[in-house]
Design a protein around this ligand. Structure first.
Ligand SMILES: Nc1ncnc2c1ncn2[C@@H]1O[C@H](COP(=O)(O)OP(=O)(O)O)[C@@H](O)[C@H]1O
Ligand SMILES: [Mg+2]
Length: 277
């Protein structure tokens, strides 16, 4: 991208910063519902290295979003704690930003306005600097031509691109993604897998990515953690050492995904059997 007035603060703002390492220690969380208490997470422990891409997979209701929200500081665990670079996470912060399935964009702002929003709280930047930074990220997600588009004019894939640019713009150390591509068609998803891999490589973020799509997890993750429900636990861990960039249709990748799927299904059967007893 060519900056006409790239200032020192813009260069500083766009600089790569060290990604965080995360430690999740013995995190438990239960919810009281009308039908009783649900143990959403049962003593979850997990370490995520700097710039690692970890995928959490599992059936609906096994606690993936709850864990992500606790890592984000949006929810508090009943017991246990989350450390980011050794410091306890107690509140949400700019260092750890979340991207949700529904883009949660502001419909009254255009694409550029949405990306600018997250930069409001950066006192070291002038308005001109903020524009440069926001445009840098819109370009990174391939939306330069659409900066003035209204949100309702954008396709689902483009909305998620804006949401990704908005999450990246404040230069967080950790990106937390909760089924960000679940509502998109297969072709759009495939393009986004390619783009996300590229962005992760170029911007160096620690990513925790939640999905119920096993193939997606195998395509993106350094590691795939399989969750089991009721109570939510990490059932099994699958390192994925395939070279990048990965193509979702790659045969080796399909083989890895099928192993994970097998584990997921066999667990489902065990659970069904346990319930039947
Ligand atoms: N705010 C809440 N109030 C009551 N129950 C909740 C709440 N959030 C999550 N749960 C319950 O906790 C369990 C885990 O939910 P969640 O983390 O959303 O799972 P996942 O993201 O894997 O689908 C589910 O049984 C869900 O119904
Ligand atoms: Mg969820």
């Amino acid at each position: 991208m060519i900056f006409r007035h790239k200032t020192g603060s813009v260069t500083e703002e766009l600089a790569l910063i060290p990604p965080s390492k995360l430690a999740i220690e013995n995190v438990s969380k239960s919810f009281r519902t009308s039908s009783g208490t649900v143990l959403a997470l049962d003593r979850i422990s997990l370490s995520v290295a700097e710039a690692e891409f970890v995928c959490l997979v599992g059936a609906s209701g096994c606690g993936k979003s709850t864990l992500l929200n606790i890592i984000a500081g949006l929810e508090k665990p009943d017991s246990g704690r989350v450390l980011a670079d050794g410091k306890p996470v107690t509140t949400p912060g700019r260092e750890r930003l979340v991207m949700f399935q529904e883009s949660a964009l502001f419909p009254w702002l255009d694409a550029l306005g949405n990306v600018l929003f997250g930069l409001k709280l950066k006192p070291n930047l002038t308005n001109r600097d903020r524009l440069d930074v926001a445009r840098y990220y819109l370009e990174l997600v391939g939306l330069t031509r659409f900066e003035r588009a209204n949100i309702h004019e954008l396709s689902g894939g483009m909305k998620q691109r804006v949401a990704l640019a908005r999450a990246l713009a404040p230069n967080p150390r950790v990106l937390l993604m909760d089924e960000p591509f679940a509502a998109l068609d297969a072709l759009t998803r495939e393009q986004l897998y390619g783009d996300l891999q590229q962005i992760w490589t170029s911007r160096r973020k620690t990513i925790v990515f939640v999905t119920h799509n096993v193939r997606e997890a195998a395509c993106l993750g350094d590691r795939v953690l399989l969750f089991s429900p009721h109570p939510g636990r990490i059932q099994e861990e699958f390192p994925i050492d395939l070279p990048r960039p990965r193509d979702i249709n790659n045969v080796d990748l399909a083989a890895r995904a099928s192993r994970i799927m097998h584990a997921l299904k066999s667990f489902g059967q065990t659970e069904a059997a346990a319930v039947a007893k």
